[in-house]
Structure formats: structure tokens, C-alpha cells
Design a protein around this ligand. Structure first.
Ligand code: NAP
Length: 228
């Protein structure tokens, strides 16, 4: 049975990943800000193979407590999914710097904190996949000209993951950055064309098709390369 860890699984895409992997019978560890409340608690009751654990990706102590519970078991897939996006539709120069700092904490440093803490678990799996949910807005070439905070956080996490990819393949870990597609979630809004279930499914398909040759790629939810 494969073990899969997903961050930010309280709602949205993270929740959909957790549900779909649990449904297919994997051992799922869902990192959540609020594991005992809401929909994820219901899911944990429905699927005995799903455990919801507290994980705030901005906190060293939360990460340490999470890692203690995971222990030294092998982890086949880690999905760095947790993310925030403030003031999406405002004038970008009106960004609140404290929000920008928090965005970097969650979207950029969070995936570093989680990945570094779980590296040995991934290495133990032999051929693990580390997937970071990025965004097409992380592309510097195709910068949308808005959301400086969010875009920079995703461009920076791409840089981080690309750097890690040059080293972690030594541990048999393949790293991928995936734009999930515009998704009808709290972040994506009501006008998004696809549901979290649909886009989690397409991202899972990309993950399943990955081989070591794909290490360090930045792709969309059809597995097509995005410009850096
Ligand atoms: N939706 C889109 O159109 C779209 C497009 C491109 C990329 N993405 C990316 O896809 C990923 C998932 O986004 P989504 O649309 O599903 O967003 P969402 O519905 O807002 O869900 C984000 C999740 O991240 C969690 N989270 C926030 N801060 C956290 C922290 N400090 N520690 C742990 N978890 C935290 C949230 O927890 P709470 O519920 O408790 O706040 C929530 O479960 C993000 O990385 C996002 O940037 C989304």
C-alpha cells in the first residue's frame, strides 16, 4: 500500500487529492490546519486508511509534531499543496507587505520546511515523487502583471524545487511542479471552469505518468511544459 502525504487538505484541491487517494486505497496522511473539524474529519471517519494530522506549514513546531507522528515510515508521494492568495483582484501596488510575507511563508518556505523534514521518508520509498502545486502565475515569462505577492511566491517555489531536483534524485526522489488548472475553490473563485475533483484527477494522472526523466519539470495539468 502506498503512503501519500498532502498538505493543505482541509478544503479545495488538497481535500480532493486526499479523498481520491483514500478512495483508491492508498494510506493517506492529510496535513490540515484543522484536522478535527469540518469535512476532513468526516473523510477520516469514512476511510480508515486516511489520517488527518495537524500541520501548519509556516511553523517549525507544527512541522516537528507532524514529523513525530509520521515517524520513519516510507512516503511514496508528497504533495505540497497548501497555499494562500490574498487580495486577488486589487491593484497590485496596493499589496499589504505583511500579506506578501505570509504568502511567501506558506507558498515558498512552507514547501521547503515540509520537504526537508520528510526527505528521509521519501528516500526510504526508493522511487518517491515530490510534487509541488505551483501555478501558471509562477511563470516569469508569462507574468500576468498582477498579484506580485502570489506570483513571486510561486516563481520562488519553482526555483527552490528545481534546485532540489538537481540533488534529491540521488535519493531516488523525482520532483515535479504542477499547475493544477484554474479551479473552483475558495482561492480560484466561482468563475473557474473546473471543479477541484476534476483538476485533482488530472494532476494525479500527471503524477502517475512521471518517471525519473521528468525530474525538475514545471508542467500544467496535462503534463505540458510551462515556460519558466
Ligand atoms: N484554485 C486555483 O485556481 C489554483 C490555480 C493555480 C494554483 N493553485 C494552487 O493550488 C493549491 C491549492 O489551492 P486551492 O485552490 O485548493 O485553495 P484553497 O481552497 O484556498 O485551499 C488552500 C488550502 O491550503 C491550506 N492552508 C493555508 N495556509 C496553510 C498553512 N499555513 N498550513 C497548512 N495549510 C494551509 C488551507 O487551509 P484552511 O482551509 O484551513 O485555510 C486550505 O486547505 C495552492 O497551492 C494554490 O496556489 C490553485
Amino acid at each position: 500500500m502506498r503512503t501519500i502525504i498532502i498538505t493543505g487538505a482541509d478544503m479545495g484541491l488538497g481535500f480532493a487529492f486526499a479523498e481520491q487517494y483514500a478512495e483508491e486505497g492508498a494510506r493517506v496522511i492529510a496535513g490540515c490546519l484543522n484536522p478535527s473539524g469540518g469535512e476532513i474529519a468526516r473523510l477520516a471517519k469514512k476511510y480508515p486508511n486516511l489520517t488527518a494530522l495537524k500541520l501548519d506549514v509556516t511553523s517549525d513546531s507544527s512541522m516537528a509534531a507532524f514529523k513525530d507522528k509520521v515517524g520513519d515510515q516510507a512516503v511514496d508521494i508528497l504533495i505540497n499543496n497548501a497555499g494562500v492568495h490574498y487580495r486577488k483582484w486589487s491593484v497590485p501596488e496596493e499589496v499589504v507587505f505583511a500579506d506578501w510575507e505570509h504568502t511567501l511563508q506558506v507558498n515558498t518556505i512552507g514547501p521547503a520546511r515540509v520537504s526537508f523534514a520528510l526527505r528521509a521518508n521519501l528516500a526510504k520509498a526508493g522511487a518517491a515523487r515530490l510534487v509541488t502545486i505551483s501555478s501558471d502565475w509562477g511563470s516569469v515569462t508569462n507574468h500576468p502583471g498582477t498579484a506580485y505577492d502570489y506570483c513571486s511566491s510561486k516563481a520562488a517555489v519553482n526555483s527552490l524545487m528545481r534546485g532540489m531536483a538537481t540533488r534529491w534524485h540521488e535519493d531516488g526522489i523525482t520532483i515535479l511542479m504542477v499547475h493544477p488548472g484554474w479551479t473552483r475553490t475558495s482561492m480560484g473563485g466561482d468563475n473557474a471552469p473546473s471543479t477541484p475533483e476534476e483538476n485533482a484527477r488530472s494532476v494525479r494522472k500527471v503524477i502517475e505518468s512521471m518517471t525519473t526523466i521528468d525530474n525538475g519539470r514545471y508542467v500544467d495539468n496535462a503534463g505540458i511544459d510551462l515556460p519558466w
